[in-house]
Design a protein around this ligand. Structure first.
Ligand code: HBI
Ligand code: FE
Length: 291
């Protein structure tokens, strides 16, 4: 699909495409297998059980790039979600519209052997290995659909910047506190070799108790590990905290409130773990701008 057509797309029908599973090469399937094996080893012991249950419920394994049609037959039965192939990042309106309709937009290209550790755009490994397994969990699946519904309204009320932060600190980089330990659930961590190790091994980052307004006010950098992570106790809490809000009034208030840096911890933050900050003191901060 022409780049222009995707960027101007106003609704989901215009961006969805066929996965063309038959066009993956043996190298593509081998890259998937390498990433899958390595990442599962890295995640064992620190990713939440709901994620691992989702991987196996959907039959996502190391043998090769998953076929959306086969995966969707199982996913639809579990939570009514389906994975839809799109050319890559799509405009906010169709993105939120698809989530509200329980359709997860996933890129179909896969990174090359040379790009194993980092790539700009989310590829099918990030989208499917990172995001899809938790869509089998009913509470998380409900949150994702509700997030889409609220996002659709946010497009009209200039709230997308705040919804992007909510996405970043939950769907992409969220942590969940279980009786035995704080564990990973965010797709950006689940699909990243480096960040999955950083979160667990490196004491630099702050772990803060999830609070909607602290999240909506906290910026983030897209091209480095996080300086702060937010921790929830249950996926149901994510859905519950979205209920009964006057979102336009909240966006106005968040625009007026001082924006929070990811590096700082304030008295209003519920600190679960105070980070040392060594990581970002050691490395000059990112070239990217604060989102
Ligand atoms: N498109 N395919 C795709 N995947 C995303 O995660 C995505 C997107 N478009 C917009 C977007 N995310 C963000 O702007 C939202 O998370 C706010
Ligand atoms: Fe993502």
């Amino acid at each position: 699909m022409a780049e222009h057509a995707v960027l101007t797309a106003h609704d989901a029908a215009e961006v969805r495409m066929d996965q063309a599973w038959g066009s993956y090469t043996p190298e593509d399937h081998a890259v998937w297998g390498t990433l899958f094996d390595r990442q599962l080893r890295t995640l064992k012991g620190q990713v939440c059980q709901e994620y691992l249950d989702g991987l196996s419920a959907l039959g996502i394994g190391a043998e090769g790039v998953p076929e959306f049609d086969r995966m969707n037959a199982r996913l639809r039965r579990l939570t009514g979600w389906e994975v839809v192939a799109v050319p890559g990042l799509i405009p906010s309106r169709p993105f939120f519209q698809m989530l509200a309709n329980r359709q997860f937009p996933a890129g179909t290209f896969i990174r090359t052997q040379e790009q194993l550790d980092y790539l700009e755009e989310p590829d099918i490994f990030h989208d499917v290995f990172g995001h899809v397994p938790l869509l089998t969990d009913p509470a998380y699946a409900d949150y994702m659909a509700e997030y889409g519904r609220i996002g659709l309204e946010a497009v009209e009320r200039k709230g997308v910047k705040f919804l992007a932060r909510l996405n970043w600190y939950t769907i992409e980089f969220g942590l969940i506190r279980k009786p035995e330990s704080v564990q990973v659930y965010g797709a950006g961590i689940c699909s990243s070799f480096g960040e999955a190790r950083y979160v667990v091994e490196d004491p630099s980052a702050h772990w803060l108790g999830f609070d909607l307004e602290r999240v909506l006010r906290r910026g983030y950098y897209i091209d480095d590990f996080q300086a702060s992570y937010f921790v929830i106790d249950r996926f149901e809490d994510l859905f519950d905290v979205l209920q009964g809000r006057d979102w336009p009034a909240l966006y106005d208030r968040m625009r007026e409130a001082p924006q929070l840096s990811p590096f700082e911890v304030a008295p209003e933050d519920r600190v679960i773990r105070q980070g040392t900050g060594d990581y970002w003191r050691a490395f000059p901060q990112t070239k990217a701008k604060l989102k």
